[in-house]
Ligand binder design. Structure first.
Ligand code: NAD
Length: 483
């Protein structure tokens, strides 16, 4: 499969084919800046062909298929991903720059999505409803038909599993537009889907630029639903395009997720999570715990220990399996550096930075994990998604202030609450504006069973878990008068 991904082809209707106009895009290794592959630069004509192929597959039997058989296909794909895990995680690490251990975990999560949905889909059912005498009323779940999926570069394997796993399980035929910066694994997974036995046209992958293939998919009249994962700005343009056809959308957008640490927290338990939540994937994670809200009584003690941990973190190329890998590209590094310059200009205390590995490749985009104290709530570092390994610290005195600070951004994706007080755990979890709240743990990436999605600028709709099956299907009510 590597040779196919390297030759710039698209997966349309069960066949590898070159983009209609033959265009390609270089694929850069973020660790070295070197080109290591090319992908196809698909455009509107290729999206059109993929939507037609998906429609033919849906109408040609997939849409009315046996859910038990569909579940078996999904499970088989999960097992093929496990079989090829070594090859896939190496590819994911090279393509995204993430450390090997993180790429390995991502491939395991991707396989787990297919295992989960393989087992779930024959248990997803409607209801019978009480209604007037002489009636029987039931609801049935039906697939939308052809679903479009646009995904980002930060977790191509995991987000493929999440969105394509849910979409296929509900009985849709899918057209995926992965991100131009990282799409090797989605292409390889499309190949494995064929091997698993999915009907040609059920899984289509069109690589290309967001402004070309992405925009063409979002505005295509022939799709029935679109699931978008990416930045709030692009999400808004995808919604506008979908609105022209009244297409339903799921929006999985960004975050500025708080980790709230109370005086009574078990710090030994919390610290590894506080570090991992911002260092994982070099902070390029929608659910990164990028704001730490810490109660005044323990702030200095916690920050001393965190600073020590940050200083010990090594940033380096993916293949060396460092604590922190490179950022995806030069633009992203410029963005993160811009936030750090702003912190210095504004005199914010930079408590600690990690170390850069010796002899870093020249072309990589490296920023060491950085811990910044006393960030004012209105500062860009407390309000905007940095998408880099930068942890902003804000201090609070009491629970009311903690909740106010936690809710003081336009986002609402994930939150962490660290306290041993049971009543406070529940109070704070209920009052924080977020789609997921973790108490005395943190990490949205695993947990394929747990519904995921945001409120506010973090989006709407849910993927993961059984809930995704509701979002990838439509509900029909059938009212039968029999008396
Ligand atoms: P992005 O919005 O730039 O790109 C996402 C996808 O949209 C890519 O495939 C891109 O090619 C495509 N795209 C770009 N312009 C388009 C257009 N006009 N029409 C249609 N598609 C277009 O996001 P990114 O930089 O790749 O990813 C980072 C963002 O994704 C962050 O904001 C992050 O928080 C978010 N994200 C969210 C989740 C989640 O589940 N909530 C998960 C991962 C990443």
């Amino acid at each position: 499969m590597d040779s196919v991904t390297a030759t710039g082809q698209l997966m349309i209707g069960g066949e590898w084919r070159r983009p209609t106009d033959g265009g390609t895009l270089d694929v850069v290794d973020p660790s070295t800046g070197e080109v290591f592959a090319v992908i196809g630069r698909g455009d509107a004509a290729d999206i059109d062909a993929a939507v037609v192929a998906a429609r033919n597959a849906f109408d040609g039997g997939w849409g009315e298929g046996d859910p038990v058989e569909r579940g078996r296909l999904l499970s088989r794909l999960g097992r093929l991903i496990e079989r090829d895990a070594e090859r896939l995680y190496q590819l994911e690490a090279r393509d995204t720059g993430k450390p090997l251990a993180q790429a390995r975990a991502d491939i395991a999560a991707c396989a787990r999505y297919f295992e989960f949905y393989g087992g779930a889909i024959d248990k997803h059912h409607g209801e019978t409803l009480p209604y007037k005498p002489g009636f029987t009323v039931l609801t049935v779940r039906e697939p939308y038909g052809v679903t479009g999926h646009i995904i980002p570069w930060n977790y191509p394997a995991q987000v493929f599993g999440r969105t394509i796993g849910g979409g296929l399980a509900a009985g849709n035929a899918c057209v995926l537009k992965p991100a131009e910066d990282a799409c090797q694994v989605p292409l390889a997974l499309a190949d494995l889907a064929l091997e698993a036995g999915f009907l040609p046209g059920v899984v289509n992958v069109v690589t290309g630029l967001g402004s070309e293939a992405g925009a063409a998919l979002a505005s295509h009249p022939g799709i029935d639903h679109i699931s978008f994962t990416g930045s709030p700005a692009t999400g808004a343009s995808v919604q506008a395009a979908a609105a022209r056809h009244n297409h339903p959308v799921t929006m999985e957008l960004g975050g500025k997720s708080p980790q709230i640490v109370f005086d009574d927290a078990d710090l030994d338990a919390a610290i590894p999570f506080l570090v991992a939540a911002i260092v994982q994937n070099a902070g390029q994670t929608c659910s990164a715990g990028s704001r730490m809200l810490v109660q005044s009584g323990i702030a200095d003690r916690l920050l001393d220990t965190l600073a020590e941990r940050f200083r010990a973190l090594i940033t380096g190329p993916s293949a060396s399996d460092p604590d922190c890998g490179p950022l995806i590209n030069a633009k992203q590094k410029q963005r993160v550096d811009g936030f750090l310059d702003r912190a210095r200009e504004d005199g914010l205390p930079i408590l600690a930075q990690g170390r850069l590995a010796d002899a870093l490749p020249d072309g990589g985009h490296y920023v060491p994990p950085t811990l910044i104290d006393q960030v004012p709530v209105e500062h860009p570092l407390a309000q905007e998604e940095v998408f880099g390994p930068v942890l902003s610290v804000l201090r609070f005195d009491d629970e009311a202030e903690a909740i106010r600070l936690a809710n003081a951004t336009p986002f609402g994706l994930v939150a962490g609450v660290w306290t041993q007080d049971g009543a406070r755990q529940l109070r704070v979890a209920r009052r924080v504006r977020a789609g997921q709240v973790f108490v005395n743990n943190y990490g949205a990436g695993g947990g394929v069973e747990l519904p995921f999605g945001g409120v506010g600028k973090s989006g709407f709709g849910r993927e993961k878990g059984f809930e995704a099956l509701n979002h990838f299907s439509t509900l029909k009510t059938i009212a039968i008068k029999h008396d």
